[in-house]
Ligand binder design. Structure first.
Ligand SMILES: NC(=O)c1ccc[n+]([C@@H]2O[C@H](COP(=O)([O-])OP(=O)(O)OC[C@H]3O[C@@H](n4cnc5c(N)ncnc54)[C@H](OP(=O)(O)O)[C@@H]3O)[C@@H](O)[C@H]2O)c1
Length: 369
């Protein structure tokens, strides 16, 4: 039975969804859980749909254009996913335009959706093929010298551009995509606080940071009575766990929400070992490649065995594990089938299963810095 026909069957024979804390409890098609983001009052879906793969293949060849992305986003929405994670740099702004097109095409009320966005890395809407993170040379040019990083000017300019592309007055959670050691923390946090006061962003998050960096940002904000960071976003999966040691531990202690990206390790935890896709083929030999180590291969086998034992999919095992460590995993999907296979509400691993999946893991360092 297809995903969509299952959805329509569910709506004909309603039964209350298990583990759902939905504000939409009358909607019987809901297949996901909602959780509170740390100490904030914001409720997000579990999982969150990652939108890095939606935009234009002019940016990266594996990225889906709008006509292929929208049906996946709509199916996610129909399954109860209300939270979508994008960034200004994804497809150099085209990713945000796809989110706008999704809301507009399906007449989805803005207030019913939670949009997570990010700002910091260079975004070049005039040249879509640029990948800002690998072009530090551009930051020295007249055109881009004030367009990236965490200065007041860059934050105000880039957030205004994001709002224009998203076609909305506000972003629910604006995440600082990375640390910028060149700008005083006071300048950055004052700028974000002013955007909160102006109603352009509702909550502030941080991504790719160490615990001390998040602690520093929040200490300064607290000293001035400004809005603080309510969530962190870090790479995390059964195959990549260095952030557990400090950033995630600090977040747990402070009541900061934890969003984890690449929970399927770009697909390694979602399919049989050695499977190549367009995306993995393109990334081979680059710093972005996620090549499994022998210990990782053992974990992938155990994910596969656990999935077979329960009659689940591999992503359901990997994501059910993620949901025991984070507030919500941010998962990508490049087809409707992926999306269907990635919904895991009601699938809980036992303590023994979690131990068995984790046992082969070998400590590894940070991928970046
Ligand atoms: N904060 C940051 O710096 C940062 C960095 C990266 C990502 N993110 C966020 O995290 C989201 C997810 O990241 P990600 O896409 O890198 O990681 P991911 O969710 O671990 O991997 C997604 C990839 O896994 C494969 N996949 C997904 N479901 C599958 C299924 N059911 N069966 C087989 N393969 C499946 C697909 O690969 P193929 O297309 O190759 O089949 C898909 O593109 C992004 O969209 C973005 O929102 C944030």
């Amino acid at each position: 039975m297809s995903f969509l026909s299952k959805l329509s069957k569910r709506s004909r024979t309603p039964s209350p969804p298990k583990q759902s804390q939905s504000a939409h409890s009358a909607d019987m098609t809901i297949q996901v859980e909602y959780r509170q983001l740390g100490k904030s009052g914001l409720r997000i879906s579990v999982p969150i749909l990652g939108c890095m793969g939606f935009g234009t293949p002019q940016w990266m060849p594996w990225v889906l254009p709008e006509d292929k992305a929208l049906p996946i986003m709509k199916a996610a929405w129909d399954a109860g996913i209300n939270t979508f994670d994008t960034a200004n740099m994804y497809s150099n702004g085209v990713g945000e335009r796809v989110v706008a097109a999704f809301l507009s095409k399906y007449s989805i009320p803005r207030k019913d959706v939670v949009i997570l966005d990010k700002v910091c890395y260079l975004t070049t809407p005039d040249d879509i093929s640029v990948i800002g993170t690998v072009r530090p040379d551009l930051l020295k040019t007249k055109k881009y010298v004030n367009k990236a990083g965490l200065s007041r000017l860059a934050i105000f300019t880039e957030v205004a551009a994001s709002l224009e592309r998203l076609g909305t007055d506000y972003v629910d959670l604006m995440q600082i995509h990375d640390w910028d050691s060149t700008v005083p923390v006071e300048e950055t946090m004052r700028a974000f606080n002013d955007l909160v006061v102006a109603g352009k962003i509702l909550y502030i998050g941080a991504s790719n940071m160490k615990a001390w960096q998040v602690g520093e940002l929040n200490a300064v904000a607290e000293r001035h009575g400004w809005s603080q960071i309510v969530s962190i976003q870090v790479e995390h999966s059964l195959l990549y766990r260095p952030h557990e040691v400090e950033t995630m531990a600090h977040a747990l202690y402070k009541g900061i929400g934890v969003l984890t990206f690449a929970p399927l390790n770009d697909g390694n935890l979602a399919r049989a070992l050695g499977t190549r896709t367009q995306r993995t083929a393109i990334l081979e030999g680059t710093p972005f490649e996620k090549k499994p180590r022998p210990s990782d291969e053992e974990i992938i086998k155990r994910v596969q065995q656990t999935a077979t034992k329960h009659g689940w999919t591999m992503p359901q095992v990997a994501l059910a594990w993620s949901a025991t460590k984070a507030t919500s995993p941010i998962v990508g999907a490049s087809s409707l089938l992926h999306l269907e296979q990635n919904l895991f509400t009601g699938k809980a691993l036992t303590g023994e299963e979690i131990k068995h999946l984790e046992e082969p893991y070998e400590i590894r360092g940070y991928r970046w810095g």
